[in-house]
Write a protein that binds this ligand. Sequence first.
Ligand SMILES: Cc1cc2nc3c(=O)[nH]c(=O)nc-3n(C[C@H](O)[C@H](O)[C@H](O)COP(=O)(O)OP(=O)(O)OC[C@H]3O[C@@H](n4cnc5c(N)ncnc54)[C@H](O)[C@@H]3O)c2cc1C
Length: 461
Amino acid sequence: MISQDSNKKKTVAVIGSGMAGLVSVYLIQQDRKKRYEVEMFETQNQLSLDSASHTVTSDEDPSSSYRIDVPMRAFDDGFHLNLKRMYDHLGVQYTSPKFVYPLSTVSTTDNSRKSPPHFIHSSSNHQVPPIKPERCGYGQWILRTLYLAVCYFWFTACCFLIEPIPATIDRDDESFQVYLDRIALPKYFIGNYLLPLMSAVTTCSHDELLGFPAIDAIDYARRTYRQPHYTVVGGVQNVQAKIACAPSVRLGATVTKVEHIGSRLRVTWIDSRSTETCSKEFDHVVMAVTPNVVGAIYEPLRTTLSSIPVISGESVVHYDRSTLPDCGRSIRKFSRDVRFSPDQPQLLYICSNSSATEAIHEHPGSVLVTSFPIAPIDPAKVIHRARLARVLRTPKSRRVVNRIFSGDFEQTQQEDKTWRNGTGNVWLAGAWCWDGMVLLEGCIVSAMRVAAGLDVEVPWQ
Ligand SMILES: Cc1cc2nc3c(=O)[nH]c(=O)nc-3n(C[C@H](O)[C@H](O)[C@H](O)COP(=O)(O)OP(=O)(O)OC[C@H]3O[C@@H](n4cnc5c(N)ncnc54)[C@H](O)[C@@H]3O)c2cc1C
């Protein structure tokens, strides 16, 4: 006979409503046996996946508007396998814009001065030969293109043929810096082409990127080699509308503590409207927040997660065209087209100094979005700003993450005392909760892991 207790639904608190939190809730709600009752907590006053995005309305036709995803939520076939499967399952529409990347240099003495582009790269090399920068002579352009082709070929061949040195018990993973030295890639190519292009994806300083485990960068380069990029038609608001299905959502609820009370978990939060401190007990807690937040609210992981670096930066939506490098006529065609159709090649200006890179994405209507700006932007021309957190990878943080998410915690716990995902019914989800670059794919993989831990089937698997 089934007791009344076993019929009672288990309660689950999901903290954070970014992609990882929303997908975790969506999956738990798919449980065929309807065993779970989910409650979501979000510190902001709206769901967070789409909260930093911005809508621009055309001056000529106020009924026509365009949604700009902030941050950019691009994905591709080779890397974002589960994200794409989920989008297909949900019927989310996406498009495959081509990107054109003018690469230019920001002056070290005056941040507002940018050189005209020294190279114009195209995503998946869809422009062959590459577009000639206006101020570059034909001879110089041919020599530069040949030099880059050789370096690019060498780097790509190494990615597929030379494995990064893995960690052992007493040695960390090889860093990206050490790998690049080992394959003898020219410093000029690294500083002027490779790091600017890659750090536009990782939005961190060049030094931070060089400190990543080499396997992350190499795996990313392999998986995205010659793969098309995609963006969601109408922006991630359309994804959020399809997956936001928590029956109970507490907005403006900042969780301050998660603690074990016997076999249950107590979640304590501050309600931003009433400023009251409230608490409630649950059977499971999913923390879909960055590792610094996990450390702040959940004592057992405080020390372990302090070794995972988290930085924050800004994405700025604006009209300040003086921040663009002078490209002359070389890319005007794309610039003009991009104003009228989002399906045309899109311009993503990559502007670097010796230590960092800013990416300026030109959207229809001449709206610019600068991620992690280096050059000053005229405040009078700013229409929206968003502060964004970015979790970084290091050989040490990779070791920590892999240990937390490795294997079956019940089996492994007997030999070692490391906290493992699922210990005491506490689960972690987020872009950082997997072994790879901290991008949307990590959100989906970790949410699927939560579902597996709760014995819920993943519909797109
Ligand atoms: C500039 C930039 C560009 C990017 N571009 C891409 C891209 O093109 N493609 C790609 O795949 N990835 C991209 N990424 C990465 C990707 O967007 C993020 O890694 C991903 O969105 C993180 O999602 P998440 O659910 O793990 O965490 P988050 O989105 O950080 O969600 C965590 C949520 O928890 C909430 N929260 C925090 N503390 C508390 C608390 N105490 N109580 C309650 N709620 C709390 C926060 O408000 C937040 O909403 C980009 C990132 C940046 C910064």
